[in-house]
Design a protein around this ligand. Structure first.
Ligand code: IMP
Length: 211
């Protein structure tokens, strides 16, 4: 069964193909001749993944899916959230994005320390708790299905590791204390990742429903 995946990222395509397994042929945007940026103007991850999948379905009229991922940091009120890719600007620079998150947390911690040193009552320690969330929208035989996955962890104090991409160097998953996602192997990350969970949920649904 052929399904178009709204991605140009070879790593994502490989991960999805491995998880879906035999019987599913995944096709990238490039392979179907889509070179333009697919609009993502929604206010939530669900809205964006639906918008991307619908765009593809309207253009191609075939089975397809799209994913959207965001990082939520509790102390930042859930930011960067839906703005994860462009948190520090439209150039989508991963280093600038990570620096912005680290800087904002350090400002909050600095304020808390100052308040404490002045003898003011500080509510709680600034939490570095965060999570990645992925939403996949699948359109199959014209029917829309959504799948979600999350990965819980904390934001590291500094960047570490050479693997992965995006915010991996500053994210420590609960499953690998003391190591960022960029310190662990691709297999270790895929086994616990937000996208891996959403993809496995979709794979299970497809296996049960696409006969
Ligand atoms: P997208 O929806 O997959 O394009 O993800 C949006 C942004 O989230 C990306 O530009 C990355 O910065 C970040 N991101 C997505 N997945 C991951 C991940 O697995 N690790 C680190 N950052 C990620």
């Amino acid at each position: 069964m052929k399904i178009v995946f709204a991605t140009g990222n070879v790593g994502k395509l490989r991960e999805a193909s491995e998880i879906l397994g035999e019987g599913f042929e995944l096709v990238s945007l490039e392979q179907v001749g889509i070179t333009e940026d697919i609009p993502e103007t929604g206010k939530t991850l669900r809205a964006n993944s639906l918008q991307k999948a619908q765009y593809l379905y309207e253009k191609l009229g075939c089975d397809c899916f799209a994913d959207d991922t965001g990082l939520e940091v509790d102390a930042l009120g859930g930011a960067p959230g839906v703005y994860t890719a462009r948190y520090a600007g439209d150039d989508k620079d991963f280093n600038k994005n990570m620096d912005k998150v680290l800087y904002e947390l350090s400002v909050l911690e600095g304020e808390a320390r100052m308040a404490q040193s002045l003898g003011l009552k500080v509510k709680d320690k600034v939490s570095r708790r965060a999570r990645f969330k992925s939403v996949i929208t699948l359109i199959i035989n014209g029917q829309v299905k959504m799948f979600e996955g999350a990965l819980e962890g904390v934001i590291a104090r500094e960047k570490s590791g050479n693997g992965g991409f995006g915010y991996d160097p500053i994210f420590i998953a609960d499953e690998f204390p003391g190591l960022t996602l960029a310190d662990i192997s691709e297999e270790e990350k895929n086994a616990i990742s937000h996208r891996g969970k959403a993809l496995r949920a979709m794979a299970q649904w497809l296996q049960e429903n696409s006969k």
